[in-house]
Ligand binder design. Sequence first.
Ligand SMILES: Cc1ncc(COP(=O)(O)O)c(C=O)c1O
Length: 433
Amino acid sequence: MSRYAHSKKLFERASRAVAGGVNSQWRAQQPPHPLFFTRGAGSRLWDADDNEYVDWALGEGTMVLGHSPAGVIERIIEAICGGQLYGGQHEAEVLLAEKLCKLIPCAEVTRLALSGSEAVHLALRLARAAKRRPRFIRFEGHYHGWMDGEAVSVNPTPDQHGPRENPMPVPWSDGQRASALAECVVLPWNDLDLARRTVERLQDDIAAVITEPVMGHNGCVMPEQGFLEGLRRTCDTHNVLLIFDECLTGFRLSAGGAQQHFGVTPDLAVFGGAMGNGFPISALAGRRKLMDLVATGACAHAGTANAGCASVTSALATIEKLEADHGAVFKQLADRAKHLMEGLRRAAQAARVPVLLQGPGPMFHLGFTSQLRVRDYRDTTRYDRARYVRFCRAMLDHGVRLLPRGVWFVSAAHTEEDIQKTVAAAEVSLKTL
Ligand SMILES: Cc1ncc(COP(=O)(O)O)c(C=O)c1O
């Protein structure tokens, strides 16, 4: 019997009642087929066949404390025993907002939503409302959620790219509004000179530049020296807003996000993912003068389930743990990631497989390539992705769960033992490719 027989059966059953058998498009890509899980604790997950995994996927990076963290779960249970959603205000949401304002450099005022996609959507609506200009600049290969206006040029194929200096806006989905494409100006990342020239040329049309501060979704590419600072200066010069999408970097690189880590403060920033350690919550944070448009309702924002008791309590408890001991956990994440990356590099050298490992640490990317440097999305398309998918499958067979797109997330629950087990699995898996 296959090691994944129960999962396979459940997936077949799911495929009859759930479109594609999954409830998020990203989950469809897991080889040999999407797995079904029954339990998560710390760094480990168990599937429906009772296979145990060291989990480096972490709910697409959200589980920064690991699965079912002690001290968080109890607080959530206590909170929801007293009510789940009031459709009115409660003190915990104020405590959370005050905490976000204390920790995040750009946060003078915040608004909560449920998902990163929603909060990005609000950020761009607010930018258009504030500047009264229709368009925004985004970067090829960055992911800002699945909605029409933002899901453009997420992972275009080389035949769709268009010229490097003026990439084609490529829709992510059939049915996307054509007007959404016209609102986006797409640029390659890490090219400050081109960004500067484009903002200058289109300044009367452009409300904002939105960027992931680390190109996390594709390749975990770091910003080049001076790139984020240069974007900041360019936006200031041309009266354009700078938005950081910190759904991956927030509460992962530092308690104040990438903006604190790199020392560059945007006008608006979006947080999600790790903020709620697995519960649906996101936040838009920004300068008071801008957020006043949300405060007055001139820039409308709503959501029936916003600031639910479970999500807010999870975020509060998670952030308190991350803040403890002056944020010691962020050093632990970086140190563990460093050991893991070193171990994987050694394993690849021993197997004579050319790899590139890069990223800020608490999240990083492993890809099969001989390139020494990957700077933007087009470089990432030269990774041997089919080989990586085979690697993921082999690692799964050895009890290690990875994301097929190559990004690894480290949690506070990962141990040196997890690293050793993973490196040992990689040593064997790499040789089978
Ligand atoms: C950088 C970034 N922005 C936005 C999103 C969308 O967030 P959500 O999936 O919560 O809608 C994601 C999700 O992975 C993301 O990584």
